[in-house]
Ligand binder design. Structure first.
Ligand code: NDP
Ligand code: HSE
Length: 433
């Protein structure tokens, strides 16, 4: 007896998955109790060079043949994007196959439809690799923390952005140079704007928030800001002030609804997430019973992500052997218990802020800016003003005490129209939790 699987996609993650299945075949058999056999791997173009060698005849361009093959019990979708991935997953589920996917985009946008199709057909859909690469965050939320109310989850969830911010901060490298390296290393999405504009992190946060809170989080209700506009000057000011800059995905239970947001943020150098560098991801979770826990590891790349995909394949293969399905609900809550919890509008979020004003170097400038902030109830915690620049404009950096986002937006709209201000103010939020 063996369990046959079909894989759609043989790029970064597909090749890592197959390499692990081949190299650790004997070990996996000992854990599972029977061999896992890769019956077919679908690609777009058979003539392309491959990262690992596979036996003659294993590759195909015929995805339908995999989906219809009665011997194949588990279909693994690793092509990415919305279509045709969504259609292939639906067809595989309808054909009674269990499905493994690493595709956070399709889950964030069409999760409900896919999970409902799986439930209807009595099969499972597993997606450990969709968030955190090799870090087992999905199983942790679904299984290990099943007894906890999740109070907050703050994550560094995009390897590409963390890699770019780390190298810009530590080596002063240019954004475009480091992005190119992340693409060459296989971390970045096929469309890297998903990474740098924060949407990949938002896809992952939508999944995490659903798992943690049993609520649907539509993508357009998540506040999303990427790292494209981050300037080296702000990274170095942040450092001077004792902070590091990270793209954070945050969900937090508050008395006024769920906060769900993705944006670059300053965290203190001694914060537990500050030492998460390069393509590493981390998830800092607070549960009411467990307290604080931290999961850390490589969030992208061929082998770490392949490791997560293989863990799902083994999990589903165990279900096949046990004749079981639906034992652990895909979003951790029973489908009927999923609710639509209120989300806190970004305007109501309260945190500390970093501002960098660009202003003419003239007496009275600081008091004009401080005056507007004071009118909006924003209190200043620290100020740094640097020497004159050639164009006659100086950066003025301020840290605030806690302020409401709406007040900050109103204040900055006024400040940016003052005749002494020469460029739009740069703002970064400070995350202290
Ligand atoms: P790649 O672009 O490296 O690989 C995609 C693969 O899919 C290629 O082999 C391609 O074929 C194949 N493919 C694309 N379209 C089709 C199609 N219509 N029919 C058949 N095959 C097709 O992507 P990744 O491996 O990087 O990503 C795969 C998934 O994993 C995505 O959802 C991604 O978001 C997710 N992911 C990626 C991580 C990473 O580190 N890269 C980490 C975590 C998740 P061909 O080779 O012939 O072009
Ligand atoms: N592009 C993603 C990242 C891949 O950089 O984190 C892992 O999901």
């Amino acid at each position: 007896m063996s369990i046959k699987i079909g894989i759609i996609g043989f790029g970064t993650v597909g090749s890592g998955t197959v390499k692990i299945l081949f190299e650790n075949q004997a070990l996996i058999k000992k854990r599972l109790g029977c061999p896992l056999v890769v019956k077919k791997i679908a690609v777009r173009d058979l003539s392309l060079p491959r990262r690992i060698a596979v036996p003659e005849g294993l590759l195909t361009t015929d995805v339908e043949a995999i989906i219809k093959d009665p011997e194949i019990k588990i279909v693994v979708e690793l092509i990415g994007g919305i279509e045709p991935a969504r259609t292939y997953i639906l067809k595989a589920l309808e054909a009674g196959k269990h499905v493994v996917t690493a595709n956070k985009a399709v889950l964030a946008e069409h999760g409900r439809e896919l999970f409902a199709a799986a439930a209807e057909r009595g099969v499972d859909i597993a997606f450990e690799a969709a968030v955190g690469g090799g870090v087992p965050i999905i199983k942790t939320l679904k299984e290990s923390l099943a007894g906890n109310r999740i109070l907050s989850l703050v994550g560094i969830v995009n390897g590409t952005c963390n890699y770019i911010l780390t190298r810009m901060t530590e080596e002063g490298l240019a954004f475009e140079t480091v992005l190119k390296e992340a693409q060459e290393a296989g971390f970045a999405e096929a469309d890297p704007s998903l990474d740098i504009e924060g949407w990949d992190a938002a896809h992952k946060l939508a999944i995490l928030a659903s798992l943690a809170y049993g609520t649907e989080v539509p993508l357009d209700r998540i506040y999303v800001e990427g790292i494209r506009d981050i300037e080296p000057l702000d990274l170095s000011f942040a450092r001077e002030l004792g902070f590091v800059t990270k793209l954070l995905a945050i969900c937090r239970e508050t008395g006024e609804g769920l906060e769900v947001r993705v944006h670059p943020a300053l965290i203190r150098e001694d914060h537990v997430l500050s030492s998460v560098r390069m393509a590493y991801n981390a998830f800092y979770i607070r549960g009411d019973a467990v307290g604080d826990i931290l999961l850390y590891g490589l969030g992208a790349g061929q082998m770490p992500t392949g490791s997560a995909v293989v863990s799902d394949i083994v999990d589903l293969a165990r279900n096949v052997l046990a004749g079981a399905s639906g034992r652990v609900p895909p979003l951790s809550y029973q489908m009927a218990a999923l609710s639509s919890q209120p989300l806190k509008p970004m305007e109501d979020v309260v945190c500390r802020y970093y501002f960098r004003f660009s202003a003419i170097d003239r007496p009275g400038v600081l008091s004009k800016i401080a005056g507007v902030l004071g009118e909006k109830g924003i209190s200043i915690a620290a100020v740094i003003q640097k020497g004159r620049e050639e164009k006659g404009s100086v950066p003025i950096v301020m840290l605030t005490h806690e302020a409401r986002e709406a007040a900050v937006r109103e204040a900055l709209a006024r400040i940016d129209h003052l005749d002494i201000v020469t460029a739009p103010t740069k703002i970064l939020r400070i995350e202290e939790g």
